[in-house]
Design a protein around this ligand. Structure first.
Ligand code: COA
Length: 257
């Protein structure tokens, strides 16, 4: 359990709400653990037929907590014992529909986790970004594969290499989101879609998802490889310079990295 992840189970829908608003819902290890526990239980629980992720009307999540990154850099050798890796794997294998309701910034894993979701509804204030290179690390959550599958190589390269934010209209055009709504309507719309799915035959939904996902046979290996490089890079000079620059509120100098 984590006070920063609210959990609601109602009418077959598990709703997981990021709830660390003062830190823009930045994700801590304990939050990944709570999310993983909830997903792993829900995968086994016939009473849960759909999972929904949401933040607040202002922010989905600022991604991994940067201080936590510095203090507890993920170590690929520890595999599932690393909370973020366990969460990403729980997302990858979750067999039931997952919906994300995204308002405001969705940074880093806040965007890459969407590549594992089935339906995504965004507020017109949504801002997506994958600033991994700017932080001296590399893509995670299978995004090096999933993003180019979704949007094509060049567009994926632009998003992953420049790491700049892009907004709801572009995300809709890219096929990353299903629909844009006024921010205060997003969570309600996601719940209405979840209720529709929860009323459908669970076995048909599970097989539909499994059939669609089987065309990503290398995803697990890609995620392991990303994790190995990420662990190496986060201990390297570029990540140290990027994090120091953020703490010191200055521009990073990568000229020697
Ligand atoms: N980790 C830790 N703390 C974070 C955070 C993160 N990823 N993102 C935001 N915060 C904290 C800020 O330090 C600030 O804390 P303070 O009030 O104690 O100073 C608070 O949340 C508010 O953030 P702020 O930057 O003032 O909000 P904003 O509305 O101007 O901008 C973001 C929101 C999300 C665009 C911006 O905070 C941001 O870019 N954060 C970093 C995202 C990032 O690099 N994540 C890692 C991805 S791998």
């Amino acid at each position: 359990m984590s006070e920063h992840i609210l959990q609601n189970r109602e009418n077959g829908v598990l709703t997981l709400t990021f709830n660390r608003v003062d830190k823009k819902n930045a994700l801590l290890g304990e939050m990944y653990t709570a999310l993983s526990d909830a997903l792993e239980q829900a995968a086994q629980d016939d009473a849960i037929r759909v999972a929904v992720f949401q933040g607040s009307v202002e922010v989905f999540t600022a991604g991994n907590d940067l201080i936590d990154f510095l203090q507890n850099p993920p170590d690929a050798d520890k595999g599932r014992d690393v909370p973020v890796f366990r969460f990403l794997e729980a997302l990858r294998v979750f067999p039931k529909p997952m919906i994300a309701a995204v308002c405001g910034p969705a940074v880093g894993v806040g965007t890459t986790m969407l590549l594992h979701c089935d339906l995504i509804y965004a507020g017109d204030n949504a801002a997506f970004s994958m600033p991994f290179v700017n932080l001296g690390v590399c893509p995670e959550a299978g995004s090096s594969l999933l993003l180019q599958n979704l949007v094509g190589y060049h567009r994926a390269a632009e998003k992953l290499m420049l790491g700049e934010a892009f907004y709801a209209e572009e995300a809709l055009d890219m096929g990353l989101v299903n629909r844009i709504l006024p921010p205060h309507e997003v969570n309600g719309y996601a719940q209405a879609q979840a209720a529709k799915l929860a009323a459908k035959p669970a076995s048909s939904l599970r097989i539909t998802k499994a059939l669609m996902k089987q065309h990503q046979p290398t995803l697990s290996a890609v995620m392991l490889e990303e994790g190995r490089y990420f662990s190496e890079l986060i201990r390297g000079p570029a990540a140290k310079e990027a994090m120091s620059a953020i703490m010191e509120k200055r521009r990073p100098d990568f000229s020697k990295c």
